[in-house]
Unconditional design. Sequence first.
Length: 365
Amino acid sequence: MKILTVDDDQFALDILVAALKGADYQDVITASSADRALEKLMFEQEPFDCILLDIRMPKIDGIELCRMIRSMPSYGSTPIIMISALTDQHNIDKAMAAGATDYVTKPFKGLELGARLRAASLLADTLQKRAKENLELHALQLEMSFLTKHDLETAIPLEPNPGVVTDLELENGLLKLPEGTFDLEIMAFAIANIQEIYDTIAVADFQKFLNAVAGKILSAVDSSTSNVAYFGKGAFAVVVQSPRSGCTITEAGILSALKSKNYLGPRTEVQPVIVSARAKHPDYWSAQRAYGCLLDALKDAQSKCVDHLGQSKLSEYRKEICHETGAAPSKLWFLNSIAARKKDTKIRPKRVATRQKTRLVQRLG
């Protein structure tokens, strides 16, 4: 059982560690502040099975730290035991409301602490079994979905991998964030030619393609502090959390990882055209602002897709005119102003102003 203990009093921390090791809990990691604890929770490769928190700590107290830990996807149900000299019911109620599993008062007895930890260990085992069952159920649902042709708008569930969540899980995670705690990076990536890919490949291949895109995004970030979700219609969102200021994740880095030509091997010649959008940083983060930034990033990415498709259709039309008339592309400069004036993102060669096209052919012929 891997345990994290957090207390700003080094003497109390040493006593707690000694008591834990005396009860045969050898895998104990300590942190002397909430910030140090958050770093260990974020960057430890193997997650902790139980967390012991002191309430009275400077800057961020144990109750607020408990609330922050509960907002992390990996620790939504991990047993958290509060250890404090505060015995009034008000503080106990606050700790439980923040997500604490149990509450032990100082000075604690070794037997009592051992009993509480054994109960926490049993709870952790139960939660792990339940998580395994949920993964198996999700895998079965995913396998069944391979046989179903989903609408392009549907947020198809992706394979359950570290850092991969559903669209609802990502939204709920943002709505549970405490105010002003984390630096966030919220970005959206959309596949401009998703309709072409959707129409070209098989149902199972389309879902494998979406999983491959999510994997490429996560390969460019730290999956232990990041979540990616598919929102349907070729749109993905990624949220990167860090307790430290100055995230270094860049759009360019993720887009570079997405420039792959072997998503599905030789089974299709259609390659994705991916655009991105990044949420603007507010003065401070809150749950509602983070959620709003997510929606804005998704909207901006979809808007860029529309612009890209419009430019692609305009390019096709320009090539057709040049082919039919033998005119140089420089003579067709006015097509840009026509498209801008009409804001027509659905320009198709067969539908574009037949009379204008006839006049142009006559003038250039």
